[in-house]
Design a protein around this ligand. Structure first.
Ligand code: AMP
Ligand code: MN
Ligand code: MN
Ligand code: MN
Length: 289
Protein backbone atom coordinates (compact mmCIF):
# COMPACT_ATOMS: atom_id res chain seq x y z
CA UNK A 1 0.00 0.00 0.00
CA UNK A 2 1.03 3.62 -0.53
CA UNK A 3 0.59 6.05 2.42
CA UNK A 4 -0.64 8.80 0.13
CA UNK A 5 -4.14 10.09 -0.62
CA UNK A 6 -4.45 12.91 -3.16
CA UNK A 7 -8.22 12.87 -3.75
CA UNK A 8 -10.78 13.23 -0.93
CA UNK A 9 -13.96 15.21 -0.27
CA UNK A 10 -15.37 16.95 2.79
CA UNK A 11 -18.71 18.58 3.54
CA UNK A 12 -17.38 21.74 1.87
CA UNK A 13 -18.51 19.95 -1.32
CA UNK A 14 -20.33 16.61 -1.50
CA UNK A 15 -18.53 14.64 1.19
CA UNK A 16 -20.36 13.97 4.46
CA UNK A 17 -17.63 14.67 7.01
CA UNK A 18 -15.98 17.95 8.06
CA UNK A 19 -12.52 18.43 6.53
CA UNK A 20 -10.84 17.87 9.92
CA UNK A 21 -12.45 14.46 10.28
CA UNK A 22 -11.39 13.32 6.82
CA UNK A 23 -7.81 14.40 7.55
CA UNK A 24 -7.84 12.55 10.87
CA UNK A 25 -9.25 9.39 9.29
CA UNK A 26 -6.47 9.42 6.69
CA UNK A 27 -3.80 9.98 9.35
CA UNK A 28 -5.14 7.16 11.53
CA UNK A 29 -4.73 4.72 8.64
CA UNK A 30 -1.08 5.68 8.22
CA UNK A 31 -1.30 8.38 5.56
CA UNK A 32 1.85 10.51 5.19
CA UNK A 33 0.78 12.89 2.42
CA UNK A 34 -2.79 14.12 2.01
CA UNK A 35 -4.69 16.49 -0.27
CA UNK A 36 -8.28 17.62 0.22
CA UNK A 37 -9.88 18.00 -3.22
CA UNK A 38 -13.40 19.37 -2.88
CA UNK A 39 -15.38 20.02 -6.06
CA UNK A 40 -14.80 23.57 -7.40
CA UNK A 41 -14.12 24.78 -3.85
CA UNK A 42 -11.07 25.61 -1.72
CA UNK A 43 -12.68 26.83 1.47
CA UNK A 44 -11.92 23.65 3.43
CA UNK A 45 -8.17 23.81 2.81
CA UNK A 46 -7.18 26.02 5.74
CA UNK A 47 -9.07 23.78 8.18
CA UNK A 48 -7.62 20.62 6.65
CA UNK A 49 -4.09 22.00 6.69
CA UNK A 50 -4.44 23.06 10.32
CA UNK A 51 -5.55 19.58 11.34
CA UNK A 52 -2.78 17.92 9.33
CA UNK A 53 -0.19 20.20 10.95
CA UNK A 54 -1.43 19.31 14.41
CA UNK A 55 -1.17 15.63 13.57
CA UNK A 56 2.23 15.96 11.90
CA UNK A 57 1.05 14.77 8.46
CA UNK A 58 2.17 16.42 5.22
CA UNK A 59 -0.61 18.32 3.49
CA UNK A 60 -0.90 19.93 0.06
CA UNK A 61 -3.70 22.08 -1.34
CA UNK A 62 -6.14 20.36 -3.68
CA UNK A 63 -9.31 20.95 -5.68
CA UNK A 64 -11.37 18.96 -8.24
CA UNK A 65 -12.57 21.16 -11.09
CA UNK A 66 -15.64 20.25 -13.18
CA UNK A 67 -14.95 20.55 -16.91
CA UNK A 68 -17.05 20.26 -20.07
CA UNK A 69 -15.14 18.65 -22.94
CA UNK A 70 -17.48 18.25 -25.87
CA UNK A 71 -20.39 16.22 -24.52
CA UNK A 72 -18.18 14.75 -21.80
CA UNK A 73 -17.87 15.90 -18.20
CA UNK A 74 -14.30 15.59 -16.93
CA UNK A 75 -12.82 16.19 -13.51
CA UNK A 76 -9.40 17.81 -13.24
CA UNK A 77 -7.71 17.64 -9.85
CA UNK A 78 -5.30 20.45 -9.01
CA UNK A 79 -2.54 19.75 -6.47
CA UNK A 80 0.02 21.87 -4.66
CA UNK A 81 -1.16 25.30 -5.86
CA UNK A 82 -1.20 28.64 -4.05
CA UNK A 83 -4.68 28.75 -2.58
CA UNK A 84 -4.71 32.56 -2.57
CA UNK A 85 -4.18 32.84 -6.33
CA UNK A 86 -6.85 35.26 -7.52
CA UNK A 87 -7.28 33.90 -11.04
CA UNK A 88 -7.82 30.40 -9.68
CA UNK A 89 -10.27 31.64 -7.05
CA UNK A 90 -12.23 33.68 -9.61
CA UNK A 91 -12.35 30.69 -11.96
CA UNK A 92 -13.64 28.38 -9.25
CA UNK A 93 -16.25 30.97 -8.22
CA UNK A 94 -17.47 31.11 -11.81
CA UNK A 95 -17.81 27.31 -11.93
CA UNK A 96 -19.69 27.25 -8.61
CA UNK A 97 -22.05 29.99 -9.68
CA UNK A 98 -23.82 27.79 -12.23
CA UNK A 99 -24.69 25.05 -9.75
CA UNK A 100 -27.79 26.59 -8.15
CA UNK A 101 -29.65 27.14 -11.38
CA UNK A 102 -28.58 23.70 -12.63
CA UNK A 103 -29.99 22.12 -9.47
CA UNK A 104 -33.32 23.86 -10.11
CA UNK A 105 -33.44 22.40 -13.61
CA UNK A 106 -32.55 18.94 -12.27
CA UNK A 107 -35.38 19.15 -9.75
CA UNK A 108 -37.80 20.26 -12.50
CA UNK A 109 -36.81 17.20 -14.55
CA UNK A 110 -37.39 14.92 -11.57
CA UNK A 111 -40.78 16.60 -11.03
CA UNK A 112 -41.75 15.43 -14.52
CA UNK A 113 -41.36 11.78 -13.48
CA UNK A 114 -43.29 12.29 -10.25
CA UNK A 115 -40.39 12.86 -7.88
CA UNK A 116 -41.29 16.06 -6.07
CA UNK A 117 -39.39 18.17 -3.56
CA UNK A 118 -35.95 16.94 -4.59
CA UNK A 119 -34.34 20.41 -4.52
CA UNK A 120 -35.32 20.94 -0.89
CA UNK A 121 -34.30 17.35 -0.16
CA UNK A 122 -30.89 17.73 -1.77
CA UNK A 123 -30.29 21.01 0.05
CA UNK A 124 -30.66 19.25 3.38
CA UNK A 125 -27.51 17.29 2.61
CA UNK A 126 -25.50 20.26 1.31
CA UNK A 127 -23.58 21.95 4.13
CA UNK A 128 -22.07 24.35 1.59
CA UNK A 129 -25.01 25.92 -0.30
CA UNK A 130 -22.67 26.94 -3.14
CA UNK A 131 -21.97 23.30 -3.97
CA UNK A 132 -25.22 21.52 -4.68
CA UNK A 133 -24.14 18.30 -6.38
CA UNK A 134 -25.75 15.26 -7.92
CA UNK A 135 -24.44 13.36 -4.90
CA UNK A 136 -26.78 15.43 -2.68
CA UNK A 137 -29.73 14.61 -4.92
CA UNK A 138 -28.67 10.96 -4.91
CA UNK A 139 -28.58 10.81 -1.10
CA UNK A 140 -32.07 12.28 -1.00
CA UNK A 141 -33.35 9.70 -3.53
CA UNK A 142 -31.91 6.89 -1.40
CA UNK A 143 -33.28 8.38 1.84
CA UNK A 144 -36.80 8.66 0.39
CA UNK A 145 -36.72 5.10 -0.94
CA UNK A 146 -36.71 5.95 -4.66
CA UNK A 147 -33.51 3.89 -5.05
CA UNK A 148 -31.86 1.40 -2.73
CA UNK A 149 -28.35 2.86 -2.98
CA UNK A 150 -26.22 5.54 -4.64
CA UNK A 151 -25.03 3.19 -7.38
CA UNK A 152 -28.62 2.52 -8.42
CA UNK A 153 -29.40 6.25 -8.50
CA UNK A 154 -26.55 6.83 -10.95
CA UNK A 155 -27.88 4.05 -13.18
CA UNK A 156 -31.53 5.15 -13.25
CA UNK A 157 -31.38 8.89 -12.65
CA UNK A 158 -29.15 11.97 -12.95
CA UNK A 159 -27.06 10.60 -15.86
CA UNK A 160 -27.44 11.45 -19.54
CA UNK A 161 -30.60 9.91 -21.02
CA UNK A 162 -32.22 9.38 -17.59
CA UNK A 163 -34.59 11.54 -15.55
CA UNK A 164 -32.96 14.35 -13.62
CA UNK A 165 -30.03 14.86 -15.98
CA UNK A 166 -29.57 18.32 -17.46
CA UNK A 167 -26.87 19.63 -19.76
CA UNK A 168 -24.57 22.16 -18.14
CA UNK A 169 -21.52 24.15 -19.18
CA UNK A 170 -18.65 23.68 -16.74
CA UNK A 171 -15.14 25.13 -17.15
CA UNK A 172 -13.27 24.52 -20.39
CA UNK A 173 -10.37 22.05 -20.19
CA UNK A 174 -7.75 24.67 -21.01
CA UNK A 175 -9.16 27.03 -18.37
CA UNK A 176 -9.02 24.45 -15.58
CA UNK A 177 -5.43 23.52 -16.45
CA UNK A 178 -4.38 27.16 -16.70
CA UNK A 179 -5.97 28.09 -13.38
CA UNK A 180 -4.11 25.24 -11.66
CA UNK A 181 -0.72 25.65 -13.32
CA UNK A 182 -0.94 29.46 -13.14
CA UNK A 183 -1.23 29.09 -9.37
CA UNK A 184 1.88 26.90 -9.28
CA UNK A 185 0.02 23.59 -9.11
CA UNK A 186 -0.04 20.32 -11.01
CA UNK A 187 -3.07 19.24 -13.06
CA UNK A 188 -4.21 15.63 -12.65
CA UNK A 189 -6.88 14.01 -14.82
CA UNK A 190 -9.17 12.37 -12.23
CA UNK A 191 -10.48 8.78 -12.50
CA UNK A 192 -10.05 8.45 -16.29
CA UNK A 193 -11.76 5.04 -16.36
CA UNK A 194 -15.01 6.71 -15.29
CA UNK A 195 -15.43 8.62 -18.55
CA UNK A 196 -17.52 6.60 -20.91
CA UNK A 197 -15.50 7.14 -24.06
CA UNK A 198 -14.06 4.82 -26.67
CA UNK A 199 -10.35 4.22 -26.95
CA UNK A 200 -9.94 6.65 -29.80
CA UNK A 201 -11.69 9.50 -28.03
CA UNK A 202 -9.65 8.75 -24.92
CA UNK A 203 -6.43 9.10 -26.92
CA UNK A 204 -7.63 12.39 -28.38
CA UNK A 205 -8.35 13.57 -24.82
CA UNK A 206 -4.96 12.49 -23.45
CA UNK A 207 -3.18 14.14 -26.37
CA UNK A 208 -5.06 17.42 -25.95
CA UNK A 209 -4.73 17.32 -22.16
CA UNK A 210 -0.96 16.92 -22.48
CA UNK A 211 -0.70 19.72 -25.06
CA UNK A 212 -2.62 22.05 -22.76
CA UNK A 213 -0.22 21.43 -19.87
CA UNK A 214 -1.76 18.45 -18.06
CA UNK A 215 1.09 16.69 -16.27
CA UNK A 216 -0.49 13.77 -14.42
CA UNK A 217 -3.37 11.29 -14.46
CA UNK A 218 -4.90 9.21 -11.68
CA UNK A 219 -3.82 5.64 -12.19
CA UNK A 220 -4.94 4.27 -8.83
CA UNK A 221 -8.37 5.57 -7.78
CA UNK A 222 -11.23 4.47 -5.56
CA UNK A 223 -13.26 4.55 -8.80
CA UNK A 224 -10.83 2.20 -10.60
CA UNK A 225 -10.62 -1.57 -10.57
CA UNK A 226 -7.28 -3.40 -10.81
CA UNK A 227 -7.52 -3.71 -14.63
CA UNK A 228 -8.18 0.05 -14.87
CA UNK A 229 -5.02 0.80 -12.87
CA UNK A 230 -2.97 -1.46 -15.13
CA UNK A 231 -4.44 0.12 -18.26
CA UNK A 232 -3.93 3.71 -17.15
CA UNK A 233 -0.49 2.88 -15.80
CA UNK A 234 0.49 1.84 -19.34
CA UNK A 235 -1.15 4.92 -20.85
CA UNK A 236 0.65 7.17 -18.33
CA UNK A 237 3.97 5.75 -19.49
CA UNK A 238 3.06 5.93 -23.15
CA UNK A 239 1.99 9.58 -22.94
CA UNK A 240 4.62 10.63 -20.41
CA UNK A 241 2.25 11.47 -17.55
CA UNK A 242 3.10 11.31 -13.86
CA UNK A 243 0.81 8.96 -11.93
CA UNK A 244 -1.42 9.92 -9.00
CA UNK A 245 -3.50 7.99 -6.50
CA UNK A 246 -6.58 8.93 -4.48
CA UNK A 247 -9.45 7.20 -2.76
CA UNK A 248 -12.06 9.78 -3.90
CA UNK A 249 -13.55 9.32 -0.43
CA UNK A 250 -16.95 10.97 0.09
CA UNK A 251 -18.56 9.06 2.96
CA UNK A 252 -18.13 5.77 4.72
CA UNK A 253 -20.23 3.11 3.02
CA UNK A 254 -20.67 5.07 -0.21
CA UNK A 255 -17.46 4.36 -2.08
CA UNK A 256 -14.84 1.69 -2.32
CA UNK A 257 -12.31 2.95 0.20
CA UNK A 258 -11.71 4.84 3.40
CA UNK A 259 -9.31 7.77 3.13
CA UNK A 260 -5.60 7.37 3.72
CA UNK A 261 -4.04 4.48 1.86
CA UNK A 262 -4.05 3.43 -1.76
CA UNK A 263 -2.83 0.30 -3.50
CA UNK A 264 0.63 0.67 -5.03
CA UNK A 265 1.01 2.09 -8.52
CA UNK A 266 1.77 -0.39 -11.28
CA UNK A 267 5.51 -0.92 -11.83
CA UNK A 268 7.38 1.75 -13.73
CA UNK A 269 4.86 4.54 -13.04
CA UNK A 270 6.41 7.84 -11.91
CA UNK A 271 4.56 9.05 -8.80
CA UNK A 272 3.38 12.66 -8.97
CA UNK A 273 3.93 12.98 -5.21
CA UNK A 274 7.72 12.68 -5.19
CA UNK A 275 7.92 16.47 -5.40
CA UNK A 276 6.23 16.72 -1.98
CA UNK A 277 7.24 13.45 -0.29
CA UNK A 278 10.57 12.01 -1.28
CA UNK A 279 10.81 8.20 -1.36
CA UNK A 280 13.55 8.34 1.30
CA UNK A 281 11.27 10.00 3.85
CA UNK A 282 8.38 7.56 3.37
CA UNK A 283 8.00 5.05 6.16
CA UNK A 284 9.85 1.92 5.01
CA UNK A 285 7.29 -0.56 6.31
CA UNK A 286 4.60 0.84 4.04
CA UNK A 287 6.56 2.08 1.05
CA UNK A 288 8.40 -1.19 0.52
CA UNK A 289 7.06 -3.39 -2.23
P1 AMP B 1 -21.93 16.91 -9.96
O1 AMP B 1 -20.60 17.56 -9.72
O2 AMP B 1 -23.07 17.67 -9.37
O3 AMP B 1 -22.15 16.55 -11.40
O4 AMP B 1 -21.93 15.54 -9.16
C1 AMP B 1 -20.97 14.56 -9.41
C2 AMP B 1 -20.80 13.71 -8.17
O5 AMP B 1 -21.81 12.71 -8.14
C3 AMP B 1 -19.50 12.96 -8.18
O6 AMP B 1 -18.45 13.75 -7.69
C4 AMP B 1 -19.82 11.83 -7.24
O7 AMP B 1 -19.76 12.31 -5.91
C5 AMP B 1 -21.26 11.54 -7.57
N1 AMP B 1 -21.35 10.44 -8.56
C6 AMP B 1 -21.35 10.54 -9.89
N2 AMP B 1 -21.47 9.32 -10.46
C7 AMP B 1 -21.55 8.43 -9.45
C8 AMP B 1 -21.71 7.02 -9.36
N3 AMP B 1 -21.80 6.24 -10.44
N4 AMP B 1 -21.77 6.46 -8.13
C9 AMP B 1 -21.68 7.22 -7.03
N5 AMP B 1 -21.55 8.57 -7.04
C10 AMP B 1 -21.49 9.16 -8.23
MN1 MN C 1 -18.36 14.05 -5.59
MN1 MN D 1 -14.73 13.17 -9.74
MN1 MN E 1 -13.82 13.36 -6.45
Amino acid sequence: MTPVDLHCHSNHSDGLLPARDVVRKAFERGCQLFALTDHDETRGLAEAEDEAQQLGMKFINGVEISVSWGKHILHIVGLGFDRNNETLLAGLASVRSGRGERAERMAAELDKVGIHGSLEGARQYADNPAILSRAHFARHLVKTGVCKDMGTVFKRYLVRGKPGFVEHEWARLHEAIEWITGAGGVAVLAHPARYEMGNETLRVLLTEYKRLGGEAIEVVSGCHGIPDAARFGRLAQEFGFLASCGTDYHATGEGAREPGLNPDLPMDCMPVWHRWLSPETMSPSISAG
